[in-house]
Design a protein around this ligand. Sequence first.
Ligand SMILES: NC(=O)c1ccc[n+]([C@@H]2O[C@H](COP(=O)([O-])OP(=O)(O)OC[C@H]3O[C@@H](n4cnc5c(N)ncnc54)[C@H](O)[C@@H]3O)[C@@H](O)[C@H]2O)c1
Length: 254
Amino acid sequence: MGILDRFSLAGRTSLVTGAGQGIGHAYAMALAEAGADVAVVDINPETASVAAAEVAERGVRSLALTIDVRDSDQASAMVEAVVSAWGRLDIGVNNAGMGLWAPGEEMSDAQWRDVLSLNLDAVFYCCRAEGRVMLAQGYGKIINTASMSARIVNRPQKQVSYNASKAGVVHLTHSLATEWADRGVRVNCISPGYTRTSLVDQVSHLVPGWLEDTPMGRMAETSDLQGALIYLASPASDFVTGHELVVDGGFTLW
Ligand SMILES: NC(=O)c1ccc[n+]([C@@H]2O[C@H](COP(=O)([O-])OP(=O)(O)OC[C@H]3O[C@@H](n4cnc5c(N)ncnc54)[C@H](O)[C@@H]3O)[C@@H](O)[C@H]2O)c1
């Protein structure tokens, strides 16, 4: 098989959580353009259904699933819905996440739990549900969304719960990768740097400072992350597991 053929996802089935907008939306479109059927998973039914229609316009099958991934029963139902529609799940992209800024000494229990429950607990629930199906199939690709905040401390904003949650995603990825390596299931993660999404648009006054700390001098567009995803989702990366692919314009080098 030629090298470009090994990046094709034709005939594969996939799901992306948090795919109604932002990075997850870009991931869903990239998977569709590479040939995979895509289940668009989001807590927001409106954005999920619009994104699912955009997937279908790319000539593959799509599903819109309204799911709160913080609930492990719903995470399991998400995987069951894909398997019942398409017979198997080849690619699981666990991307839904949130940020929260508050100084550590002022952060409430509820603020801490909000972030950990979505950014870490839910990623585990999704991995577990996907892993059960993929282990039975003997093949699968899981890609979690971590962040460069897993390895650096952002400034000037204070975000201890976010940083801790993303470091947890990276090591959860390492751990499941080794547990499942000899049974055909690959578990990797992508760590984006600052990426232009609606979240970042609300804090545009901080952007100049962030760019000074970025060797490439710009933020990522969501399209900058798509190539990394397709690599980790495709047979081209079959010998890669437990990897954190950092896509940050060099931010973590300084
Ligand atoms: N934007 C950045 O600069 C940046 C940088 C590094 C990492 N990330 C990570 O990338 C991921 C996506 O970020 P984004 O900027 O696209 O965010 P976003 O807020 O634009 O999109 C997040 C999506 O997740 C959905 N969602 C929220 N809670 C959910 C739940 N309980 N169940 C299912 N879906 C839910 C939202 O409805 C939304 O569609 C997150 O994990 C984030 O931490 C973002």
